[in-house]
Design a binder for this molecule. Structure first.
Ligand SMILES: C[S@@+](CC[C@H](N)C(=O)[O-])C[C@H]1O[C@@H](n2cnc3c(N)ncnc32)[C@H](O)[C@@H]1O
Length: 274
């Protein structure tokens, strides 16, 4: 069902590789088609650590969510959710805060078709799915289902994991503008969690990965560490600040050594609105 309660006609565009399905393939999931596997194969040829990087990104999401739930966050907004992959964010949050409310958002219809797995939350809590495009952030924040689930006058833990590098620039830094819009709409005490691919360590490989996405019609806009850091301007970092995803508060000290910066290829940070 869409946000109006109607069942939409879904065109999955199986002829074209999609970022959500490529990512699912890299994670060892089952929701991908020939075009996605072909694109993922090219990505792996250019950047053999792509599968490990995807897993590192997922593990970071779980650690950051645990930390925020322990810190008292009970409302979560996850944009660019992807195809459900256990543990999903609500499972992590509700294990610690059973009453946590979680809204998931993605613009890929394949995620909508799998959203049921995201809606099986704890009875004390609540989860909802909103199909929306983050480049129109007002369509996310104003979605009736979001407003029925989250109280935007109270702190919200916003996550944009492995999403912003798929937002093209159009002459201006669109991703940055989207983040600023979302930051402005959230109440003090809200948090922002972002992971973002970078070419800082492997420029040639990332250029080839970008070419694969370009062929699929998906922009791939990488950020340097300085550009990534700017996304958090005005907010206070929680934990170590900007680092590679696997080095953000590792569960065991040895986990920070499980990959090189070039293999992780993704910056991560969490910050709070003063
Ligand atoms: C690589 S997946 C990341 C999934 C999950 N956040 C994670 O980190 O494990 C990127 C997701 O962003 C979604 N996405 C890309 N562009 C988007 C947009 N403009 N609005 C909303 N979602 C978008 C894709 O459909 C895909 O599901």
């Amino acid at each position: 069902m869409d946000d109006t309660g109607r069942t939409p006609v879904v065109d999955l565009r199986l002829d074209r590789a999609h970022s959500a399905r490529i990512y699912d393939y890299l994670l060892g999931g089952r929701t991908h088609f020939a075009a996605d596997r072909e694109a993922a194969g090219r990505i792996l040829a250019a950047f053999p650590a792509a599968g490990a990087a995807a897993r590192i990104n997922r593990d970071f999401m779980a650690r950051a969510t645990r930390r925020l739930a322990h810190d008292g966050m009970v409302q979560f907004l996850d944009i660019g959710t992807g195809i459900p992959t256990s543990p999903n964010l609500h499972e992590v949050a509700q294990r610690i805060r059973p009453g946590a409310r979680v809204v998931y958002t993605d613009n890929d219809p394949i995620v909508l078709t799998h959203a049921a797995a995201l809606l099986r939350g704890r009875p004390e809590g609540r989860t909802a799915y909103v199909e929306a495009d983050v480049t129109r952030p007002e369509s996310v924040l104003g979605a009736p289902r979001l407003l029925a689930t989250l109280d935007l006058t109270r702190p919200v833990a916003l996550s944009l994991n492995a999403l912003l590098h798929f937002i093209g620039d159009d002459g201006a830094d669109r991703g940055h503008a989207v983040v600023e819009h979302l930051k402005g709409a959230l109440a003090p005490g809200s948090t922002l969690t972002i992971t973002h691919a970078t070419a800082d360590f492997t420029p040639a490989a990332m250029a080839e990965v970008g070419a694969v996405y370009a062929r699929a019609g998906t922009p791939f806009r990488l950020r340097t560490e300085a550009e990534f850091r700017r996304l958090f301007d005005g907010w206070e970092f929680i934990g170590p600040g900007v680092t590679l995803s696997h080095r953000w508060c590792p569960d065991r000290p040895g986990d920070a050594l499980r990959a090189t910066s070039a293999e992780a290829a993704c910056y991560a940070a969490v910050a709070r609105k003063p």
